[in-house]
Design a protein around this ligand. Structure first.
Ligand code: TYM
Length: 341
């Protein structure tokens, strides 16, 4: 067996490699913004970090009903990140299916992962519990996600709380693999799980999610955003009653993207109550949404309708990413004694 390359060879000196991913969707909501987009955009401007932001379109296929969606949804995701200011300079914004090495590495990881481990994965268990017939793609979802991470020697992986188990699995798989080959070949990623709870949805009950239909989109038409803000569920406290901001979904949603001033303003008014009802809070939420996202709607539409321009912008990212992935793939194959021809 060949000796593996030193594990840190693909890192850029002085920069921590941060990798995060999101499934393609054209309907990104403020939960995604809060949990994934804003942290990635901020990290992309940090000169000590090298961020790889991946649109995980293969993951978008694990539900066969969505087979035809990823292409158009990918454009929405990329347009959103570019509009919100993800810096391409020295970082990489990439599409998973453009990097074939990920799938090869996923296979190696699948050969060290027990079926029992995958059977305990939340998403798989939920699908079974809800009477769905899970695909093998869904079953293998955690392996593909671990492959996304290790193919790029990612050191830190920031995600929302719902992804904690996937990251535990990724660490487990790295250890199984390194033990199997007898020396460290893959990097073990450090999870960076957001401490704040997942953002609540407009129903005031469950986490904000497109699949629950309780989401507040980022770039939908103005009228729809206004309607969604008005629909947010609240308790029945009256105009002059003091209200608890912590249990108010309108306030929680505002906190996820609003300026400090707008947050302090609403918090004080809700607590006092006098003359400030939920209707006022919803109107203030809508105004702040228009200020933060509405003002960028045109830019978003531009990217969405300019696939060539976006592809050109991302070409250097994919070239660099393929280079890293090829290096790691070679290291893994060497460790396994593959590729003798
Ligand atoms: P996905 O596409 O479901 O979500 C992308 C990110 O958004 C976070 N998120 C939220 N955060 C706060 N409040 C919410 N209501 C909310 N909804 C979503 C998620 O925690 C996530 O960080 N399996 C991953 C995608 C993935 C990935 C990876 C992530 C594939 N490969 C490699 C990191 C590294 C997923 O389904 O994310």
């Amino acid at each position: 067996m060949n000796q593996p390359q030193p594990a840190h060879t693909t890192h850029t000196a002085g920069r921590t490699r941060v990798l995060t991913g999101a499934k393609p969707t054209a309907d990104l909501h403020v939960g995604n913004y809060f949990g994934a987009i804003r942290p990635a955009v901020e990290a992309s401007h940090d000169t000590n970090k090298e961020v790889i932001l991946m649109c995980v379109d293969w993951h978008g296929l694990t539900d066969k009903a969505k087979m035809l969606e990823p292409g158009k949804q990918t454009s929405g995701l990329l347009a959103t990140y570019l509009t919100m200011g993800f810096s391409l300079e020295k970082n990489m914004c990439i599409v998973q299916s453009e990097i074939p090495q990920i799938l090869e590495i996923a296979w190696y990881l699948s050969c060290v992962s027990a079926v029992g481990l995958l059977e305990r994965a939340h998403a798989f268990k939920d699908a079974v519990a809800n009477g769905k017939e899970p695909t093998a793609g869904l079953f293998n979802y955690p392996i593909l996600m671990a492959a996304d991470i290790v193919t790029f020697d990612a050191q830190v992986v920031p995600v929302g709380k719902d992804q904690a188990q996937h990251l535990e699995y990724a660490s487990d798989m790295v250890r199984y693999f390194n033990n199997a080959v007898g020396h460290p070949v893959l990097f073990e990623p450090k999870p960076q799980i957001q401490e704040t709870p997942l953002l609540i949805g407009t129903d005031g009950e469950r986490k904000m999610s497109k699949s629950y239909g309780n989401h507040l989109p980022l770039f939908a038409p103005k009228k729809e955003i206004e309607k969604r803000c008005k629909e947010i569920k609240t308790d029945s406290k009256g105009l002059d009653d003091p209200k608890d901001p912590e249990s108010c979904a309108v306030f929680q949603i505002l906190k996820s993207f609003g300026s400090e001033d707008s947050v302090v303003y609403m918090e004080e008014r809700l607590r006092k109550g006098t003359g400030y009802g939920y209707g006022h809070a919803k109107k203030d939420l809508f105004d702040e949404h228009e200020r933060v996202f509405g003002s960028k709607r045109e830019q978003y539409e531009h990217y969405l309708n300019s696939p060539r321009e976006v592809a050109q912008l991302l070409t250097p990212c994919h070239e660099r990413a393929r280079h890293v992935a090829a290096t790691v793939r070679q290291r893994v194959r060497d460790a396994l004694g593959l590729g003798i021809l």
